[in-house]
Design a protein. Structure first.
Length: 313
């Protein structure tokens, strides 16, 4: 969005996150310009790692980097325990400001990374294709893996509960890298910790459990918990919903690249996803992942309008 790009020309990404008045302003942009039905706080899943003392940096074009990755039991033991209320107060102030500006027009969603995805960033130091360091720690240092995941569970639950206390009306847990795992590894090394995180959250607040590339893991992800299961475009929405069960909601699942297609094709794809949802209650239409930078804003607006028009009752 042009309005966001103007701000990014003046401030670094991390500065935008740390300045509540700017983070709140950015949070409201999609609501005001695109007409979406919910706001999501402007932040980043890795902010929770910064207080751990691992040297989190956001470089232009390179993505986030961890300057001091954690790859052994001794390094896990050296991580600082996170107290989000003290170190991440700017996030909660941004939520309060956003809720005040929204005035109840739409709900506000808070979020965090899931234990496995945050652990992988800590261990790999940045993006990865094969997650060699992460899996090596899982397989060879079981006690270090357990200690790291338990530390992350505590931090994430405390962080999300503080977001809820600040006014977030739903929270989303991003397990963006869980798709690198086999079903057996997910069950053994991830599921117990995702489950513990969700169980520790404030009761009565909807939890969206999102992952990508996990069509073969959906039953296990459902077992880990969440009121809504987010799915990407690599699985048909109706098949995914049947797999996780109709007693939970489902979120998704348009391919973000589809927004580069002509508007008529976007409308056709929206209609197909809504057909798969079958009119059941509990479907949140969304992309299967984030909006790509080259996406025309007008195409996003056309998608939102198509969802509203085609799903109207």
């Amino acid at each position: 969005m042009e309005e966001y790009r103007r701000l990014r020309s003046e401030f670094s990404f991390i500065d935008l996150c740390r300045r509540p008045e700017l983070a709140a302003k950015i949070t409201l942009l999609p609501v005001d310009r695109l007409g979406v039905d919910a706001a999501i706080i402007f932040s980043d899943i890795l902010l929770l790692l910064e207080p751990m003392g691992v040297g989190l940096e956001y470089g232009r074009g390179d993505g986030p980097l961890i300057r001091r990755p954690v790859r052994s039991g001794s390094e896990v033991g050296g991580l600082a325990e996170v107290e989000p209320e003290k170190s991440l107060g700017f996030v909660f102030e941004a939520i309060q400001r956003s809720c005040g500006s929204l005035g109840g027009r739409v709900p506000l969603i808070g979020f965090s990374g899931a234990p496995f995805t945050l652990a992988s960033y800590l261990i790999e130091g940045g993006s990865s294709r094969n997650y060699i360091h992460t899996k090596r720690l899982m397989y060879y240092e079981a006690e270090a893996w357990r200690a790291l995941m338990e530390r992350l569970v505590r931090a994430i639950a405390r962080y999300l509960n503080a977001q809820i206390a600040a006014g977030a009306q739903a929270v989303q847990i991003f397990d963006s890298w869980a798709g690198c795992l086999s079903p057996q590894d997910y069950q053994q090394y991830v599921l117990p910790y995702s489950c513990a995180t969700i169980e520790a959250l404030t009761r009565g607040v909807p939890v969206i459990h999102f992952s990508t590339g996990t069509a073969g893991l959906l039953r296990h992800i459902r077992a880990a918990g969440g009121d809504i299961i987010g799915v990407d475009w690599r699985v048909n929405l109706d098949e995914a919903w049947e797999s996780v069960g109709y007693d939970v909601g489902i979120q998704g699942n348009l391919d973000p690249v589809a927004l580069l297609a002509p508007v008529d094709e976007i409308r056709r794809k929206v209609a197909e996803i809504l057909r798969c949802a079958g009119g059941r209650p509990g479907h949140i239409f969304n992309l299967g992942h984030g909006v790509l930078p080259d996406t025309p804003v007008e195409h996003v607006i056309a998608m939102v309008q198509a969802v509203h028009e085609l799903s109207a009752r």
